[in-house]
Design a protein around this ligand. Structure first.
Ligand code: 3PG
Length: 316
């Protein structure tokens, strides 16, 4: 009798682990491809407000087509759903554009080293804005995270203040995005069912696109884009269009998969998975872009990432 009762649980737990493992591996692989094409585009066309907008536009378009062709079932949403989504979309838009501005100014690896400090922001926001307290080991784990990021920033060969601040703003914005998203995905929609990770992210892209477009036009604008586009085409050739398509499509795909996993796991597991993702991005971008890196700079990154693991253990 025992076997009959326990077997399905053991099997479903194992199946769940395999599923999360596949989500994580796919998320990281898609993210590496996004980061490489995004930087290739930004090197030739330094207009991060437009590339950020195109990433959201590509995702919105792909999801509208998927709903229209019934490849995916459209979600049943009401006004309350969109109202609750608004703060998430504001945070997503700010975090996204800030990270892209950062990557237009500094090496991809540097942006991601600073972004590996995101757990420290989670603790500070939860402590000072939400009044949550943590055991002492959690606070202590912030020392290597903050110290490691600081060491990397101080020894970065191509340091740039906009690049640094963009990554810091992105960290702050994404902490709010993740806290609000998890709440939003567990809430009920008009159909009485919650909106799943994939559709939740689709709605998030669409709302963020509406928010970002007027700012992108105000900050950069069509005239600057037209000139920049001609220059990039002259420099790279017709392949440039494919690079833009790749960065936009892969941006949507990696985020969609990450939201499908956030749906299944805690925000803590999510942020640890996200830090591990950054290791693959940092290593692959250093190799592909031949980023000059000093040993002490790499040491800072390693300390910050190690701090995240200590943090995840301390928070359990
Ligand atoms: C973006 O453009 O939104 C950033 O590259 C996102 O960074 P992250 O998803 O790795 O935090």
């Amino acid at each position: 009798l025992d076997i009959n009762i326990e077997l399905p649980t053991v099997q479903s737990e194992a199946a769940q682990k395999v599923k999360i493992g596949i989500y994580f591996a796919t998320w990281w692989a898609l993210n590496v491809v996004f980061n490489i094409y995004n930087k290739k585009v930004l090197n030739a066309f330094p207009y991060p407000w437009l590339t950020s907008t195109l990433s959201l536009a590509a995702g919105s378009f792909m999801m509208l087509v998927s709903w229209a062709t019934r490849v995916a079932d459209p979600p049943k949403t009401d006004l309350d759903f969109w109202k609750n989504l608004l703060p998430v979309a504001v945070a997503h838009t700010i975090g996204h554009v800030a990270a892209t501005v950062s990557m237009s100014k500094v090496a991809v690896s540097f942006t991601h080293i600073i972004k590996s400090g995101e757990p420290a922001f989670t603790v500070l926001v939860s402590r000072f804005l939400l009044g949550e307290t943590f055991p002492l080991p959690v606070y202590l784990s912030l020392l290597p995270i903050i110290g490691g990021c600081a060491l990397s920033a101080a020894t970065e060969l191509n340091f740039n203040m906009t690049g640094f601040m963009g990554a810091m703003i992105s960290n702050l914005a994404f902490v709010f995005r993740n806290i609000f998203s998890k709440k939003g995905m567990s809430g009920k929609s008009v159909s009485g069912k919650s909106v799943s990770g994939m559709n939740y992210y689709a709605c998030l892209s669409m709302l963020s696109l509406l928010l970002l477009t007027p700012f992108a036009i105000a900050v950069e604008g069509p005239q600057v884009w037209a000139v920049g586009w001609q220059n990039a085409l002259a420099q790279i050739g017709p392949n440039f269009v494919w690079w833009v398509a790749a960065q936009s499509i892969f941006y949507h795909l990696y985020n969609q998969v990450s939201y499908m996993s956030l749906d299944q796991i805690s925000p803590l597991t999510f942020s640890v998975g996200n830090t591990m993702k950054r290791i693959s991005v940092i290593v692959s971008s250093i190799i592909i872009f031949h980023t000059p890196i000093q040993p002490v700079n790499a040491l800072g990154a390693a300390i910050a990432i190690l701090g995240t693991f200590i943090y995840s253990q301390a928070k359990l």
